[in-house]
Design a protein around this ligand. Structure first.
Ligand code: NAD
Length: 476
């Protein structure tokens, strides 16, 4: 069905049924849950087909499990989140009463990227449906199998005026962002996010922008290098670095470069004894993306950086049927550390989004804080160490979407934490009740009492008005 026709259907339905009872919302979420239970394996296979090499276990943990957990959490809290929120009424407006009515916005548009194609499509959809909205989802054209599978499943479980998946290329995505949604959530790059925000502004459509950026990973003087290197290697190499909150670069005290390089190499080899043909190590999504990463490395080298590959030679596959992956095996880019980077290098100007980790030395933590504050605000920030004074200084004096201390990535999996960026890494957050409120209109309601005395302040003004004002000045 045509994009505009589906939008019209959803728009009309959202205006015809403004009040969406909790039972209806719950039933929609339960249908989504059933869809995931029945078809999780099909979705996982589709993701694998799109990447060429990506373990179904990664998809199970990072796409499906996260979405299932979010569904459970949302179903559990839906009643409390949806209900009328009473507020205290100030003395001067008593004995009136007031509350905040939580209403659906109407039609919510969601534009999703390719890196976690199920999670980043369905997680916002869960929250938007929970808040009583209709949802149109545009997944990425770079994961055509997953997008087609989601379109097929959603069409099987939902009416098009409830929830619908629109497939298509960036032309379709551009048209999609021009629809007069009641809210538009975009997850993707900062560059495209700017265009989406401009398109939405035409209709005054509020947006949530979940963007990317360069997330720093700071090591303090007081680190256990082996443990830290393992955690950073894990966080960086999940999905081969194609994760919005992956540590983008490491900042460590000068003099610890060698120790970190050795510990990181050992950690990488422990997690991934081989690269080429290793079913646990995800391929870069396309030849174009691979070429960009290699080009960034070449440019850095030509400007004087030193590249340390964490695997000297591509070892043969340990398990799995590498031959059936065809050219995808060639897209398994081995992890590399890069020393000696400068601000002139593309590696330090753009989000890397691959298994390449620049390592930068610092003298004082002050320099780190100043450098982070002089850069666009990151989506995530990681700090490793035991010195709580230093930790608190970094927390208090830097601004990032989220922070994870002494580990990587895990703040995104916490049900009660909002997830979102700030500045160039986006605006607005979802997950938890914050996400629910993102897709909810909080309508202020004041109910006047028949005993109200506010008419004492009506004109014509005179002695009565002055006496009441005098009383209010003294007592309120
Ligand atoms: P992208 O910006 O290229 O594309 C994202 C989506 O936008 C796709 O569905 C695409 O079809 C659509 N799109 C492309 N051009 C458009 C336009 N002109 N108007 C409207 N929509 C358009 O991003 P990507 O390559 O798919 O994903 C990688 C980026 O996403 C990285 O920067 C990463 O950090 C970011 N990301 C952020 C989060 C987060 O939660 N903050 C999560 C995952 C990825």
């Amino acid at each position: 069905m045509d994009l505009h026709r589906i939008f019209d259907l959803q728009y009309q339905a959202s205006r015809a049924q403004v009040d969406v009872p909790i039972l209806v919302r719950r039933e929609r979420l339960l249908r989504l849950q059933k869809m995931l239970v029945e078809s999780g394996a099909e979705l996982s296979a589709a993701v694998q087909a799109d990447f060429g090499v990506r373990s179904e276990r990664w998809t199970e943990m990072l796409d499906l499990m996260l979405v299932r957990n979010m569904l459970k959490h949302t179903l559990k809290h839906l009643g409390v989140w949806s209900r009328r929120q009473r507020v205290r009424t100030p003395l001067m407006l008593q004995p009136g009463k007031a509350w905040v009515e939580r209403q659906p916005l109407g039609v919510v548009g969601i534009i999703a990227p390719w890196n976690y194609p199920v999670q980043l499509s369905l997680a916002p959809a869960i929250t938007a449906l929970a808040a009583g909205n209709r949802v149109m989802l545009k997944p990425s054209e770079l994961t055509p199998h997953t997008s087609a599978k989601m379109a097929e499943l959603v069409a099987r479980f939902f009416a098009p005026d409830e929830f619908c998946v629109i497939q298509g290329d960036t032309g379709v995505a551009t048209q999609f962002s021009g629809l007069q949604f009641d809210h538009l959530l975009f997850t993707g790059s900062t560059a495209v996010g700017r265009r989406v925000a401009q398109a939405a502004a035409v209709h005054l459509t509020p947006t949530t922008l979940e963007l990317g950026g360069k997330s720093p990973c700071i090591l303090s003087q007081s680190c256990d290098m082996q443990e830290v290197a393992l955690k950073i290697a894990y966080g960086k190499l999940v999905n081969a670095g194609q994760t919005c909150i992956a540590p983008d670069y490491v900042l460590l005290p000068r003099g610890q470069e060698q120790a970190f390089a050795e510990a990181f190499r050992a950690a990488v080899q422990k997690l991934y004894p081989s690269i080429s043909g290793n079913p646990d190590y995800t391929a870069i999504i396309s030849k174009r993306h691979l070429a960009r990463l290699k080009q960034m490395l070449r440019q850095a080298q030509s400007l004087g950086a030193q590249v340390h590959w964490m695997h000297e030679a591509a070892a043969p596959a340990a398990e799995g049927d590498a031959t059936s992956w065809g050219e995808a095996v060639e897209r398994q880019l081995a992890p590399a550390l890069v020393f000696g980077t400068t601000g002139q290098m593309q590696l330090m100007q753009e989000e890397i989004f691959g298994p390449i980790l620049p390592v930068i030395s610092y003298e004082h933590i002050e320099d780190v804080i100043n450098a982070i504050n002089a850069s666009p605000r990151p989506l995530a920030l990681y700090w490793f160490g035991n010195n709580e004074t230093e930790r608190d200084a970094v927390l208090a004096r830097t601004v990032s979407g989220g922070v994870c201390v002494n580990d990587t990535l895990l703040h995104v999996a916490h049900d009660n934490l909002p997830f979102g960026g700030v500045g160039d890494s986006g605006w607005g957050a979802y997950h938890s009740e914050q996400g629910f409120l993102r897709f909810t209109h909080q309508k202020a309601v004041f109910v006047q009492s028949r005993w109200a005395a506010t008419s004492l302040l009506y004109p014509p003004f005179g002695e009565k008005f002055d006496r009441v004002m005098d009383f209010m000045r003294r007592w309120f």
